[in-house]
Design a binder for this molecule. Structure first.
Ligand SMILES: Cc1ncc(COP(=O)(O)O)c(C=O)c1O
Length: 471
């Protein structure tokens, strides 16, 4: 998998209208493969799924991944939200507790149709101890899935029919484009509201854009089934104020749609003096919407998505949950798919053990927050040195950076820069992948341990130099 053309092409995959090409040297282009197919009939779903080529691009990105021993020239991907800063701590901890954490039942099909009873109880406890839900979360309020990716996929299979729309503030996490769409056939409507300095804290501002989007959908005959709140937000790395969260709830109530809150970065939040008065993380489950606003709010429309990928640096464990406290039918409806994609017991056992080991849990969360603060400062300083403008963050694993001084005249040039970075062994998140409307935005992940982050930044610095000195 070392064909450079393919690695360049892999990064062109997400540009709107950009040609999707993957590792053509190995597997050929998806469209050509379809055209050449002469085998027995395949499902219509498979032919109509436009996500295949994109996934193959992503697959290629994974295959090039850096490893300090096995693949030191591989790509360090600043375009992917991975947090490896505490990996050594987790390895040491899980190594010590492994045989205690695993129970004999972990070698069987387990203790219920979804993940283990132990995992459901641990997640409920964690939620109750950290996020002040209005009503304590019960183990049976939870459905499980392989990561938030799986949770969104499964949830939309239950909530939406083909063609139904979900409204999301843009720019947004690019995984949403596939996760909620591929299986359910739902569609995403990107909603462009005010800039971040207004959107996250000014009541009424972002929601005005949603009202407009709702009108547009109605005019086009599109049935809107849900609004998705990403809190803290990806890619802006910002938390929402209580007032704006209440706006989301009232909007969902007014239009009788579901409100999905993706709270995957709930514990990856810190104070940044560059954002004075930035709100702490507030879980949607903690809000008494009716009391706060004097308006009715049917809580059966609220579903939380969470996973252990981010706050606990274990994307690879694939542990995701849906918490729906007031809609038991949704949880029951999820059981079938939860079973088909049942969580493996090893991650379930290790994370449950960690949650129950309160002092270690607390210490690692605190250590992670300090590491996030430090690594975000390193990244911001690097960007400023390039003459870029990093938008201040107080959460998440990345920051949006105005790198317009790179002078991209269009999105194609932005993609060219992405390809050039890959040649230098570093991946960057191109603004267009997150639906930024103008070229020149990068989303850069900072959550690598200092050595790896510095190596990535040195590679990025060289790519920038090469870009600036190109003929
Ligand atoms: C907002 C958001 N939701 C969901 C996901 C998917 O996470 P998981 O690894 O749990 O599938 C990500 C990953 O980057 C994310 O940023």
């Amino acid at each position: 998998m070392s064909d450079p053309t393919a690695s360049l092409a892999a990064l062109s995959l997400s540009g709107p209208g950009g040609k999707v090409v993957v590792n053509t040297a190995v597997v050929g282009e998806w469209e050509d493969a379809k055209a050449a197919y002469t085998g027995p009939k395949l499902s219509r779903r498979m032919w109509e799924n436009e996500n295949h080529a994109k996934m193959e691009g992503l697959d290629y990105v994974f295959r090039t991944t850096y490893d300090d021993e096995a693949n030191p020239t591989g790509m360090i991907n600043l375009g992917m939200a991975e947090n490896t800063m505490l990996t050594k701590d987790y390895l040491e901890y899980y190594g010590k507790v492994f045989s205690k954490a695993l129970r004999p039942n972990d070698f069987t099909y387990g203790t219920q149709g979804s993940a283990s009873k132990r995992f459901h109880k641990a997640v409920a406890d964690m939620w109750n101890e950290n996020f002040s839900p209005l009503t304590p979360v019960q183990p049976d309020d939870i459905a499980t899935a392989p990561g938030a990716t799986g949770a969104l996929d499964q949830l939309f299979n239950v909530l939406a029919d083909s063609g139904d729309a979900v409204l999301i503030a843009a720019p947004h996490y690019n995984g949403f484009d596939a996760n909620m769409v591929v299986r359910s056939g739902a569609q995403i409507v990107n909603v462009y509201g005010p800039p971040p300095e207004i959107a996250f804290t000014t009541p009424g501002a972002e929601i005005a854009a949603f009202e407009k989007a709702m009108e547009d959908c109605k005019a086009k005959g599109i049935n809107v089934r849900a609004i998705l709140l990403c809190s803290p937000q990806n890619p802006w790395g910002r938390t929402y104020s209580k007032e704006v969260l209440l706006d989301y709830a009232l909007f969902a109530e007014k239009h009788d749609i579901h409100l999905i809150a993706d709270e995957i970065y709930a514990l990856s939040v810190w104070d940044n003096p560059k954002i004075p008065n930035s709100p702490p993380f507030i879980s949607m489950l903690s809000l008494d919407v009716e009391k706060e606003t004097g308006n009715k709010f049917d809580k059966s429309r609220l579903h939380i998505v969470y996973s252990f990928s981010k706050d606990f640096g274990c994307n690879g464990f694939r542990l995701g949950v849906i918490i729906s406290q007031h809609n038991p039918l949704v949880i029951r409806g999820l059981l079938h798919i939860s079973f088909v994609a049942k969580l493996g017991s090893i991650g379930d056992a290790l994370i449950s053990h960690l949650i129950n080991d309160k002092p270690v849990f607390k210490a690692l969360v605190a250590k992670n927050i300090q590491a996030l603060r430090d690594s975000s400062e390193t990244m911001a300083a690097f960007c400023e040195k390039q003459g870029w403008k990093p938008v201040p963050v107080n959460s998440g694993h990345f920051m949006m950076v105005d790198a317009s001084n790179l002078g991209f005249k269009d999105m194609e040039e932005e993609r060219d820069f992405g390809r050039l970075c890959v040649e230098f062994g570093v991946g960057v998140g191109l603004g267009q992948s997150y639906h930024a409307l103008t070229p020149g935005w990068l989303r850069l992940t900072h959550t690598y341990e200092p050595e790896r982050l510095n190596l990535a930044l040195s590679r990025l610095g060289k790519a920038v130099e090469a870009w600036r000195s190109r003929a």
